[in-house]
Design a protein around this ligand. Structure first.
Ligand SMILES: [Zn+2]
Length: 379
């Protein structure tokens, strides 16, 4: 059976109770529209500021029932294996006891399994296909679909699509509060659930990677989602107002800038996740830049990676979205298979992210391939 919101909370409490040395409960400050508090479980034997971290998000979209369960399951598996000094296996994707221990001792996983608890409760009790949060409908708007904001269109990254994208860019978001799926909200980061994710990144500068787990395509997406990637013209980027009338069109010679080394890192880590997924039961999710699915604005993955460009004092965070499985609410035996795929992917990422990222960055520095200084940042 899928976990409900109360069961997710009690799982966090009990995992911390069982493994106090290897976990910490962190409570982001913003309560939801219905008054719920969300908590995250930091899994790692070292303190939050001692080692690099990966932020794992689930449950942003209410009807996607598998990701929160997958993240709780991964945390439980990892802590149990570490506690008993054993390895972990998901189908043919296996991790040795030494690898499990390496992850827990040298990394922090910040597990925020249920970003949108109001939405999950609504989906599990009342309206199974609900996607948004439960922000009350604005005055004068009536009808059930006028409730709620799509949290994954609410982040402060090219949020105002009506001014930031070409009119024909087909960016999948909406400024209509009654849009049943993709209403972006009244302002960027207007929602408490969004602000809890932002707070987690702000408060934990050692977080260098973020994976937002969704369902269901399946596919593993890396930055960017706003336009096609390009690594040749640094000034063609999300901060450049000259692109506002043309941003988001395919194959027009204008794309979102991503330094070559970053793109290599983004793809390499995504492929390692995909290889781990495939080893579970031979399902190939595939790897794409997020724009390949469709143009987006205000998403968590692009927001995470944009932060260091907007504010060079913040840590660079590579952003991923895993779209797991093939159904929002598969029968639970299938959900368990998908949970294994997600767990294998995230463990593979945890094992290789620091080494791959640092290795490719050092190689770029040594080769002088990485443009230095202000040229990297847009006007
Ligand atoms: Zn989703």
């Amino acid at each position: 059976m899928y976990l409900n919101v109360a069961e997710i909370e009690s799982a966090i409490t009990s995992l911390h109770g069982m493994y106090p040395e290897a976990t910490e409960i962190i409570t982001p400050p913003h309560t939801t529209h219905e008054g719920r508090t969300t908590r995250l479980l930091r899994v790692g034997a070292r303190q939050a500021d001692e080692v690099p971290g990966i932020l794992l998000l689930g449950g942003m979209h209410a009807r996607e029932w598998v990701p929160p369960d997958a993240l709780i399951s991964l945390a439980a598996d990892l802590l149990e294996a570490h506690g008993s000094a054993t390895g972990l296996g998901y189908g043919s994707s296996s991790f040795t006891a030494a690898q499990v221990s390496h992850v827990v001792e040298n990394l922090n996983l910040f597990v925020l399994p249920c970003v949108n608890p109001d939405g999950r409760a609504w989906s599990q009790t009342t309206s199974a296909m609900w996607r948004k949060n439960r922000r009350p409908a604005p005055a004068g708007s009536t009808g059930p679909s006028c409730v709620g904001v799509d949290l994954n269109r609410n982040f402060d990254f090219l949020w105002d699509h009506t001014t930031k994208f070409a009119p024909d860019a087909d960016v999948h978001t909406s400024d209509h509060p009654c849009d049943p799926q993709v209403y972006r909200g009244p302002a960027a980061a207007s929602e408490p659930e969004t602000r809890n994710v932002v707070w987690t990144l702000d408060s934990h500068p050692r977080i260098r990677w973020m994976v937002d787990v969704h369902s269901a395509v399946p596919v593993i997406l890396h930055n960017w989602g706003s336009d096609q990637n390009q690594s040749t013209t640094p000034t063609d980027n999300f901060r450049n107002p000259d692109l506002d009338a043309v941003r988001g069109r395919p194959n027009d010679g204008i794309g979102e800038f991503m330094p070559e080394t970053d793109l290599k890192i983004a793809v390499e880590l995504a492929e390692r996740m995909n290889n781990a997924v495939r080893a579970v039961r031979q399902v190939d999710y595939g790897v794409e830049a997020a724009y390949g699915l469709y143009a987006t604005s205000g998403t968590s993955d692009d927001y995470a990676y944009s932060r260091h460009v907007t504010n060079p004092a913040t840590t660079k965070v590579f952003g991923y979205t895993i779209e797991c499985g093939e159904a929002f609410q598969p029968v639970f035996s299938e959900a368990e298979e998908v949970m294994r795929e997600v767990s294998a992917a995230l463990l593979a990422l945890a094992l290789s992210a620091p080494e791959v990222t640092d290795g490719l960055e050092e190689r770029a520095d040594a080769g002088g391939a990485r443009p230095a200084g202000p040229d990297r940042v847009a006007r």
